[in-house]
Design a protein around this ligand. Structure first.
Ligand SMILES: *Cc1c(COP(=O)(O)O)cnc(C)c1O
Length: 401
């Protein structure tokens, strides 16, 4: 692919794909394999696989220390962690959430019959707009869930101020933001609690996993009960609960990953700067910007495509990349408000979500992380540059398919 500059070399023009194997977004980060295998063997030999085992406790302590929080409660996935945090916080009625998020954020409310009220985003950060959020408050509103999309922190100060003034709960979905900071403080320490996901695609993974971080002792106590059926000891259930427990296997993946987060960040950061340099100057193609004075995991490599300046739309670029086996994704298209059941519940939601609508039509997510090398990034950038330079030919070729 090196030296490729013409439309004729693109797969949409009939050439072979640039990558023989599909290159996915969100390939898992893996820490030191030898140490991981040793730990897995040790877990198998221990015959202690679940129920708050020693490795889960170790993972929780290491993560709590890293984040500077009192409590870090590991769970089986981020969605259950969200559901339990929402319940433990006593949210009911209506809760304000962005529509520009993964569907699990509103689903974790709807699942317990709380109405998600979709709020627009700030087009610069892609995060919930606190001014728009305030306008959505009704007598039924009990809380706000901010999502740190792409690991970029929400406007935490404004949301904390709003929650305080209007007496609302404040939870953060920090699924994207493990290892990131805001104002020098680690994400995990804001609001009443913050929820992480350790799904395989996330920056730190435990195969499947999640956690709630909080420094509120009472809240942490309720959450610990809820994730373990309400058990307060053998044969003693004192609370309604569910099964949110993390396994020992997941915990050793997490412990091993935690030892390598510096390496994961270094690779992501290197890729990010290479993408930024090689795509610089392309009109209408803007790479996301991170505040590099903060800690940042650089896990999401997103481009915003402004068709009026680029001469090519986001979806055509995605089609060109996919034809080359680069499986770029359109996160969070078309927005949660355009998915069921919300689409039927709120058919006019788009009227108050103009920025969400605009951003959802413009964003594409590119592969990064340890699975994409320097040559890979170069090839992807050349394909994008070629597609932009040959936009009319690309359009013709795609519509003929
Ligand atoms: C991944 C993700 C979740 C869900 O986490 P799971 O661990 O997959 O259940 C929730 N919210 C956001 C924003 C996510 O990206």
């Amino acid at each position: 692919m090196t030296g490729k500059t013409t439309f004729q070399n693109l797969a949409v023009a009939g050439a072979a794909p640039a990558f023989s194997e599909p290159l996915h977004v969100g390939r898992p980060n893996i820490g030191n394999r030898a140490r991981l295998m040793e730990r897995i063997e040790a877990v198998i030999d221990s015959r202690w696989y679940s129920n708050n085992g020693p490795r889960v406790q170790e993972f929780e302590q290491e993560a709590a220390r890293l984040l500077g929080v009192k409590h870090f409660i590991a769970m089986c996935n981020g969605t259950i962690a969200l559901e339990i945090a929402i319940r433990a916080l006593g949210f009911k009625g209506e809760v304000i959430v962005p529509s520009f998020t993964f569907i699990a954020t509103p689903h974790s409310l709807q699942w317990q019959e709380i109405t998600p009220v979709f709020c627009d985003i700030d087009p610069l950060t892609h995060n919930i707009d606190p001014v728009a959020a305030e306008k959505l408050i009704t007598p039924r509103t009990t809380g706000i869930i901010g999502v740190h999309v792409w690991g970029r922190p929400c406007n935490i100060t404004a949301l904390e101020d709003l929650a305080r003034r209007r007496n609302l709960g404040l939870l953060f979905d920090a699924s994207h933001a493990f290892g990131c900071s805001s104002g020098g403080k680690m994400i995990g320490s804001f609001g009443q609690a913050e929820v992480f996901s350790f799904h395989a695609t996330k920056f730190l993974n435990t195969f499947e996993g999640g956690a709630v971080a909080t420094s509120d002792d009472d809240l942490a106590h309720r959450i610990r009960l809820m994730k373990n059926f309400g058990f307060a000891g053998y044969d003693n259930v004192i609370y309604p609960g569910t099964n949110g427990k993390m396994t020992e296997m997941s915990a050793v993946m997490g412990i091993t990953g935690l030892e390598s987060i510096g390496d994961f960040i270094a690779v992501n950061r290197r890729n990010y700067h290479q993408y930024a340099a090689e795509l610089a100057g392309l009109p209408g193609i803007d790479i996301n910007v991170f505040d590099e004075s903060e800690k940042c995991n650089f896990q999401y490599l997103t481009l915003e495509v402004d068709e009026s300046r680029a001469g090519i739309c986001r979806d055509d670029i995605v089609s060109v990349l996919q034809a080359e086996n680069i499986l770029a994704r359109r996160y969070f298209y078309p927005g949660c408000h355009n998915m069921e059941p919300y689409k039927s519940f709120f058919p006019n939601a788009h009227l108050i979500l103009p920025e969400t609508t605009k951003i959802a039509a413009r964003i594409l997510v590119l592969p990064t992380g340890t699975a994409v090398g320097e040559a890979g990034v170069s090839t992807i950038c050349q394909i994008i540059r070629t597609a932009v330079a040959n936009a009319p030919a690309v359009r013709n070729s795609l519509s003929a398919r």
